[in-house]
Design a protein around this ligand. Structure first.
Ligand SMILES: [Zn+2]
Length: 402
């Protein structure tokens, strides 16, 4: 759920962690040998449920996904996971949402986090519908006389908002200054007298340029991670609503002195997505995990296989099946958006190419459904529309498996 708070910067007097930043090709990472620290921040908690679905709340989903993500990341060698909460409570244990927000950021800064990943889910308001329900007779006084009137009468109903899909946020450009302050205030290297003499808080030009470079690099890294999380979601056919910068600041994203992203895992207000958010948390966590592995490889300048060395189950995804309806197979190459052929379908048509004895043959596939049930419902209609031989095909990781 969107968290709008005015900028309140934490002034941390000291930093317990004293590792130095190492500038390398990938950006700013802990020096060789030091563990990479991932801060996982399940949104909301305790008295703050976040957005509500019909049977679950955002705080439950954020915690479920956050813990599953942490379990996956903890397997990686030389990577430590720190959670802002591991139970149903506000970080810090109180009941003040704003204090908990400050706690999230200050904890991330104190432990010297190298990346901050906040987990949330979205909500969109129900849609109100007005229906004409007939006429009613009412009486009004006109010049002292009682006059009969017929007035239109309406009933109102609400249906869940169909909004769905994932969004990943980085801090807004208008919060660049705040991010810069958070970096300066929390820089571990400021504990080091030698570095302090180079980069003191005098506001010198060198100082400015240095911090702008760090901030710029963090933004680049945050954007890379955010874009990869979205592309992992897109691979399993979640609707990708793209990486965004919120103009109204997401406070934790710019109060943390490290690359930071906020993942909106889906819309709890949409009944279909609420089921998904509750039943497929392993899959959601696995997407973020895969993006994190790529991210770590990039900032460490190592290969993925080095990062994953000794990890038993890199990404246990068991439920990434989707279903399409095969409409026809033809040697003719039609455009999937050809209106004369496929215009009567509500769902998009895709084309697959196969080779038979060296010749190209095309398969035309309808939709991309999350459940077999959903595909079956469409199949009935497709057959009625004249595609008598249409059938359902199962895909795993976007690969046809039958
Ligand atoms: Zn939220």
């Amino acid at each position: 759920m969107k968290t709008y708070y005015a900028c309140m910067l934490i002034m941390l007097a000291s930093c317990s962690n004293s590792f130095l930043y190492a500038q390398n090709a990938g950006g700013v990472t802990p020096p060789q040998g030091k563990p990479f620290i991932v801060v996982i921040d399940p949104g909301h908690g305790g008295v703050d449920p976040g957005a509500r679905g019909s049977y679950s709340t955002e705080k439950q989903i954020a915690l479920g996904v956050g813990l599953k993500l942490g379990k996956l990341i903890e397997q990686l060698p030389n990577v430590n996971v720190v959670y802002t909460r591991t139970t149903d409570m506000l970080p810090g244990g109180g009941s003040d949402v704003k204090a908990a927000l400050r706690y999230r950021a200050s904890m991330a800064n104190k432990v010297g986090g190298n990346v901050f990943i906040s987990i949330h889910c979205n909500s969109a308001p129900a849609i109100r519908h007005r229906q004409f329900a007939g006429y009613r007779t009412v009486y009004r006084r006109v010049h002292g006389k009682r006059v009969k009137h017929r007035v239109r009468h309406y009933t109102y109903t609400r249906t869940p908002n169909p909004a769905k899909g994932t969004e990943v946020y980085v801090w807004g450009v208008n919060k660049n200054d705040d991010k810069g302050v958070a970096l300066r205030e929390n820089a571990p290297l400021l504990n080091d007298p030698e570095y302090r003499s180079l980069f003191d808080s005098s506001g010198s030009a060198v100082n400015e340029i240095f911090w702008n470079t760090v901030r710029h690099e963090y933004m680049r890294q945050s954007l890379a991670l955010a874009a990869d999380v979205e592309s992992q979601f897109a691979k399993i056919n979640r609707i990708d609503r793209e990486v965004k910068q919120r103009q109204v600041g997401i406070w934790v994203l710019h109060a943390t002195a490290m690359p930071s992203i906020l993942v909106e895992t889906g819309f709890i207000s949409n009944p279909e997505e609420e089921r998904y958010l509750n039943d497929h948390q392993d899959e959601i966590a696995s997407c973020i995990y895969k993006a994190f592995v790529n991210y770590l490889a990039s900032v460490r300048g190592e290969s993925q296989s080095t990062i994953l060395a000794g990890v038993e189950s890199p990404a246990p995804v068991t439920d990434n099946l989707t279903y399409k309806i095969q409409l026809l197979v033809s040697e003719h190459k039609y455009e999937p958006d050809d209106n004369r052929l496929f215009g009567k379908f509500d769902d998009p048509v895709s084309r697959e190419i196969i080779r038979e004895n060296g010749a190209a043959v095309y398969r035309y596939m309808l939709g991309n459904y999350k459940t077999n049930q959903e595909a079956l419902q469409r199949l009935g209609r497709v057959k009625l529309m004249g595609y008598k031989d249409a059938f359902i095909v199962t895909y795993q990781d976007n690969k046809r498996i039958d």
